[in-house]
Design a binder for this molecule. Structure first.
Ligand SMILES: [Zn+2]
Length: 252
């Protein structure tokens, strides 16, 4: 079910890791940001879009991980964009993304995974401001819709996911510090934050999300073990990524 979270901004949450498919109304039609996950969910999203009665004109992938590179034929054969670095990485990792999607979820149209092209410098059909940074994944972008008071954060600022450092690249602690500063500046213009996974944050919760990611990264910077509510008793699945964050931070 699509939920409106701002002027011309809707979110549909997947059962798979609380993934948020985001729909943004642009000048000429709808832009789908990170639609997912299961084939049946993509179908339901297509039905929700039919009910909105506005055509889909483009897609946008916030970063080149498989769960953010999905598409369905019912959304139409329209351009799908990412940052230039994100598009390059998506091309390079397409087969791996297809394998991971096939392994992780059912009914995903594998042939449509990762077919993204570089977003034009003027943003093309994607409204708002693209905030590109180096945390979590190459070419990772947030989208600031300042006039609507909404920030689409990609895989940052989640209430369920800790910061997940890109294991393949150096100084992710520094990359997160830079990215969080940027997102913090952007968040001053919004009262709604849509993370890639987890609940939409509103009002004071937006600042709380920033504070939580900051605290985690600050602890890594100090060489300490982060105390993080997201690493609770029912979050065993995060202990592996958490350990690899600690190792990467120590080896920095
Ligand atoms: Zn993700």
């Amino acid at each position: 079910m699509l939920t409106q979270v701002g002027d011309g901004v809707w979110v549909r949450q997947s059962a798979w890791v609380w993934t948020n498919s985001i729909v943004v109304r642009g000048e000429d039609g709808l832009i789908l940001v990170d639609p997912g996950i299961d084939g049946s969910e993509l179908n339901q999203l297509a039905e929700d879009l039919d009910r909105l009665g506005i055509p889909v004109v483009a897609g946008f992938s916030t970063h080149p991980h498989w769960d953010h590179l999905l598409w369905h034929a019912r959304f139409g054969d329209v351009p799908r964009y990412a940052t230039p670095a994100g598009a390059q990485a998506a091309r390079d990792a397409r087969e791996r993304a297809q394998a991971m999607a096939a392994q992780s979820a059912s009914g995903i149209p594998l042939e449509l995974i990762g077919l993204v092209t570089p977003l034009p410098a003027d943003g093309g059909p994607v409204p708002g401001e693209i905030l590109e940074h180096q945390a979590h994944a190459v070419g990772h972008a947030a989208v600031l819709l300042a006039d609507r008071g909404v920030l689409l954060a990609g895989d940052m600022l989640s209430d369920v996911l800790i910061p997940l450092l890109d294991a393949g690249r150096p100084d992710q602690v520094g990359a997160y510090e830079t990215a969080l500063d940027r997102l913090g500046e952007a968040a001053r213009h919004v009262d709604v934050l849509v993370p890639g996974h987890g609940e939409v944050a509103e009002g004071p919760e937006v600042a709380a999300r920033l504070a939580a990611d900051h605290a985690y990264i600050d602890a890594l910077r100090r060489g300490e073990e982060p105390l993080d509510a997201r690493l609770g008793t029912d979050a065993d699945w995060l202990s592996g990524p958490h350990q690899s964050n600690l190792e990467q931070a120590r080896g920095r």
